[in-house]
Ligand binder design. Structure first.
Ligand code: NAP
Ligand code: HSE
Length: 429
């Protein structure tokens, strides 16, 4: 007979990640008991549609329900796990579970980025844990790393590939010649994408994760609504190929760095030099580079989405809650204040810009003149090939203020030799 203390779990959401968690609870039962010193009992699982066939079978004795209060209001349940996604009902579910004195584990970055403050406040008031390792970069233990392992550092910058779906799409377009729509459909079939995949491809999922990393790295709230975000929805394989010719790979990055004026942050497709580690991160893998004033540069790499990698991160939080130590949920002792933010227009970046032009005399002269007027200078240029919509002219621009590049592009947009709006991506220096 098993004499270990029982820790009772209630799970809301039995889709990709919930299924991964249930599989881990069963297949790693012995390891989990040895590590946590307790026996995990999954008492209740809540779903929307109980008739749906599931990829993973529930353990014997686990009850399937459609009522969230079967978890939040059950006094037997010690840890409530939220793996539904979206803002409501997860927000109400978590608030209710915390109110009832339960520890909560969630993978819900959208909720924590947009409404985390009230959840952390209530968890602090009730003296329970609100844990979220799976919310950023799937299986990579970056939350724990920033909260605990790097506590001895003043963090200077964090940048990374934080969305498996986008990275999968960009990799498939770049290496296997797939078109955008096919690559997205594949990512969805593999369980990487959000229920609403526009969160992935428009950069908002990366922005949610970046807000969480900023909290943990700098101890401040960066309002999600103020984050500059550019996604990969309109990425043309032509730009991926031109980037390759210049020696770069295109990656969707979330980036933040500490400056004298405050935090400079944003989410953008970025041309990354092919020799950099970030450029070599392919498929659904994620990677994060953290710069601390004691550790120097740290690079974390692993699967950023999918059932088992994400389930692994959820499980680590359950074990931490069961072990019972109680570090601060946000990683900081005091309540967080709002970040000082560098206005996005004042940031400085190098750029890749592609124009579709009419092949006629004077175009380059006019373009360079418009750029020079705003103090923007050209590092390299390629004009190559011809398509129905014109001739692609690609310029690599030296580092300039974001607003100056934008003003020059706005002026060029009115030129009659331009067949389509210019495409502009940042370049990592
Ligand atoms: P999913 O496959 O769509 O599963 C969602 C589950 O929640 C389903 O079982 C669904 O029930 C249930 N559910 C949804 N609304 C509900 C409601 N109102 N009441 C009861 N149950 C409800 O989603 P997922 O991919 O596992 O993602 C779950 C969470 O993990 C999200 O916050 C997501 O952002 C996050 N996340 C996902 C990944 C990943 O790789 N997929 C990685 C990291 C983090 P039915 O099955 O009956 O429809
Ligand atoms: N949709 C997310 C991604 C899941 O593709 O990265 C992991 O958070």
């Amino acid at each position: 007979m098993n004499s270990l203390r029982k820790v009772t779990l209630g799970l809301a959401g039995f889709g990709t990640v919930g299924g991964g968690l249930v599989e881990i609870l069963q297949k790693n039962k012995a390891e989990l008991e040895a590590r946590a010193g307790c026996q995990f009992v999954l008492k209740t699982v809540v779903v929307r549609d109980p008739s749906r066939v599931r990829a993973v079978a529930l353990p014997e004795g686990t009850r399937l329900s459609t009522s969230l209060s079967d978890v939040t209001d059950d006094p037997d349940i010690d840890i409530a796990v939220e793996l539904m996604g979206g803002i409501e009902p997860p927000r109400s579910f978590i608030l209710r579970a915390l109110e009832q004195g339960k520890h909560v584990v969630t993978a819900n970055k959208a909720l924590l980025a947009e409404a985390g403050e009230e959840l952390f406040r209530l968890a602090g008031k009730k003296g329970v844990r609100l844990l979220y390792e799976a919310s950023v970069a799937g299986g990579i233990p970056v939350i724990q790393t920033l909260k605990e392992s790097l506590a001895g550092n003043r963090i200077q910058s964090v940048e990374g590939i934080l969305n498996g779906t986008s990275n999968y799409i960009l990799s498939e377009m770049s290496s296997n010649g797939k078109d955008f729509a096919t690559a997205l459909a594949d990512a969805q079939a593999r369980g990487y994408a959000e229920a609403d995949p526009s969160l992935d491809i428009d950069g908002h999922d990366t922005a949610h994760k970046l807000v969480l990393l900023i909290r943990l790295a700098f101890g401040v709230d960066y309002p999600y609504s103020q984050m500059p975000v550019q996604g990969i929805r309109n990425m043309d394989s032509m730009d991926i190929e031109f980037a390759r010719e210049f020696g770069y790979r295109v990656k969707l990055l979330g980036r933040v760095r500490r400056t004298e004026k405050g935090l400079e942050a944003g989410v953008f497709p970025v041309l990354v030099r092919h020799t950099y580690l970030l450029a070599r991160v392919g498929g659904a893998f994620n990677a994060i580079r953290i710069e601390g004033n004691a550790i120097g540069s740290l690079f974390l790499h692993g699967l950023g989405a999918g059932a088992l990698p994400t389930g692994s991160a959820v499980m680590s939080d359950i074990v931490a809650a069961a072990r019972g130590t109680m570090p601060f949920n946000t990683g900081f002792a005091a309540p967080l204040h709002t970040a000082d933010i560098v206005p996005p227009a004042d940031a400085v970046s190098s750029y890749y810009v592609r124009f579709m032009i009419k092949d006629q005399p004077g175009v380059l002269h006019a373009l360079t003149g418009d750029l020079a007027e705003f103090g923007v200078s050209i590092a390299q240029a390629i004009q190559k090939g011809e398509r129905d919509d014109g001739v692609p002219l690609v310029l690599m621009l030296h580092a300039a203020r974001v607003q100056d590049v934008q003003s020059a592009l706005d002026k060029i947009a009115a030129r009659d030799f331009l067949n389509a709006p210019a495409v502009a991506y940042r370049v990592m220096d």
